[in-house]
Design a protein around this ligand. Structure first.
Ligand SMILES: Cc1cc2nc3c(=O)[nH]c(=O)nc-3n(C[C@H](O)[C@H](O)[C@H](O)COP(=O)(O)O)c2cc1C
Length: 351
C-alpha cells in the first residue's frame, strides 16, 4: 500500500512510543500507583477459587478487568501490529481497542489495517476509536468498519497543541452530545495520557457518556512523543503536564462521579490493575507496555505476560480479602503524604 503523511505519522508514534517504554524512564506526573498502599488482610477467610475478577460494563460481562488499549492501524507496519495484537487478544480472551480510524475514513485502502482486527478476533469485544471532532457519520463508519461493540472518542488537547501540524481549535462538547445521543454503540470519552480533573468529571456528568477513560499520565507521554516528532525546533514544552491515573481516579471520586470509569495510563502490572479498580475503575487497559512487549519480545511473550496477569489477579484479590470488584473498592488503603496533599488541595480548590 502506498503510504501517506498520516500513515507515516502512525509509524513514528509507534516507534517513538516503543522507545519511551524501552527506556523505562517515564517523566513522573504526580502520584504513582505506589502512592496507594494496600492494607494487609490477615484473615481473608476465602480461597483463591472464590474470586471472580470479571467486570460488567455496557451490560457486557468481561472475563478480565483489563484490555488492550487503542494504539494503531493505518500503515502497512501498524496494520501488521494490529493483526498481531488481535491474535493475542483472542488467545487471552481480552477486549481490544483499535487506534484512531480517522486515516481510514480519508484513505479507504487503510481500512484493511483495522478490519484485520475483527477478522483475527471474530467474537471479541472490539472498540472503535476517533477524535472528538468527528461527525456522527464518521462515527457510524468507524463502528461499521470493525463491527465495533463500543467506540472511544478521544480528547487530546495537549497532544494536538504540541504537534506542529496539530489542531488549534477545540469545540467538542456539542458534537460529543450528538454522538452520545445517536451512536448505535456505547460511547467512551477518552483522554490519551494527560488525565482528567474534577472540572472534566463535572462536565462529563452533564454529557453522560457510557464510560469515561481517565487516560492519566505516568505511562506513554504524547507531549514527549510529539516534541520528538516535530521537525522544527519548538520551545513549547509540556512534558510534565497533566494528572496521573491515580490522581484522575481520585478526582472522579471527589465530585462523586457515577459514570463507569476505565483506567489507562502507565499500567504495567496486575498490581496496577488492582490499585486502579480499588480507586473506583470498573475496567482498566494498557497500551504502551503491551506494545513494547510485543515489539521487543514477540507475540508469545506478550501472551505469556498477559496470562501471568490473569493468574496474579485472583491471588491479589485474595491477598486483600476481596471476592470481586465491588468488595475490592471498599477496602481501606493508605495514601502517601504526597497523595494526601493532592486530595486536600483538590478538596479546597474553590477556596
Ligand atoms: C503508539 C501509540 C499510539 C496511540 N494512538 C492512539 C490513538 O490513535 N487513539 C487513542 O485514543 N489513543 C492512542 N494512544 C494512547 C493510548 O490509548 C493510551 O491512552 C495511552 O498510551 C496511555 O496508556 P499507556 O500508558 O498504557 O500507554 C496511543 C498510544 C500509543 C503508545
Amino acid at each position: 500500500m502506498q503510504e501517506s503523511k498520516q500513515a507515516h505519522r502512525k509509524d513514528e508514534h509507534l516507534s517513538l512510543g516503543v522507545n519511551l517504554w524501552r527506556q523505562r524512564k517515564h517523566v513522573q506526573i504526580g502520584a504513582t500507583f505506589e502512592d496507594v498502599r494496600w492494607l494487609p488482610e490477615t484473615f481473608p477467610e476465602m480461597a483463591v477459587t472464590d474470586v471472580d475478577v470479571s467486570t460488567t460494563l455496557f451490560n457486557h460481562q468481561f472475563k478480565w478487568p483489563f484490555y488492550i488499549e487503542a494504539m494503531t492501524g493505518g500503515s502497512n507496519l501498524t496494520g501488521r501490529i494490529n493483526g498481531q495484537l488481535a491474535e493475542v487478544a483472542k488467545k487471552t480472551n481480552l477486549a481490544m481497542a483499535v487506534g484512531s480510524q480517522s486515516i481510514a475514513l480519508k484513505e479507504p485502502n487503510a481500512a484493511e489495517t483495522f478490519k484485520l482486527v475483527r477478522k483475527n478476533h471474530p467474537n471479541g469485544f472490539l472498540i472503535a476509536n476517533l477524535g472528538a471532532d468527528h461527525p456522527i457519520k464518521n462515527v457510524r463508519s468507524a463502528i461499521d468498519m470493525i463491527d465495533a461493540n463500543a467506540i472511544e472518542m478521544h480528547v487530546n488537547v495537549a497532544q494536538e497543541l504540541v504537534m506542529s501540524e496539530g489542531d488549534r481549535k477545540f469545540y467538542w462538547l456539542d458534537n460529543l452530545a450528538t454522538i452520545i445521543a445517536k451512536s448505535p454503540v456505547p460511547v467512551i470519552v477518552k483522554e490519551v495520557g494527560f488525565g482528567m480533573s474534577t472540572t472534566a468529571f463535572n462536565t462529563l456528568k452533564e454529557l453522560g457518556p457510557a464510560a469515561i477513560n481517565v487516560g492519566g499520565g505516568n505511562g506513554t507521554n504524547f507531549a514527549i512523543i510529539e516534541r520528538r516528532r516535530n521537525r522544527q525546533p519548538d520551545s513549547f514544552n509540556i512534558d510534565h503536564y497533566g494528572l496521573s491515573t491515580v490522581e484522575s481516579l481520585l478526582s472522579a471520586k471527589l465530585v462523586h462521579n457515577q459514570i463507569p470509569l476505565i483506567a489507562t495510563g502507565g499500567i504495567q502490572s496486575a498490581n496496577d490493575i488492582v490499585t486502579s479498580l480499588m480507586l473506583g475503575a470498573t475496567m482498566t487497559s494498557s497500551a504502551g507496555f503491551m506494545l513494547e512487549t510485543l515489539m521487543d519480545q514477540g507475540q508469545i511473550a506478550l501472551i505469556k505476560q498477559i496470562e501471568e496477569w490473569q493468574l496474579a489477579l485472583p491471588r491479589l484479590f485474595t491477598l486483600l480479602g476481596a471476592k470481586n470488584n465491588t468488595s475490592l473498592q471498599k477496602k481501606d488503603r493508605i495514601y502517601t503524604p504526597a497523595l494526601e496533599n493532592f486530595i486536600s488541595q483538590r478538596k479546597n480548590a474553590n477556596l
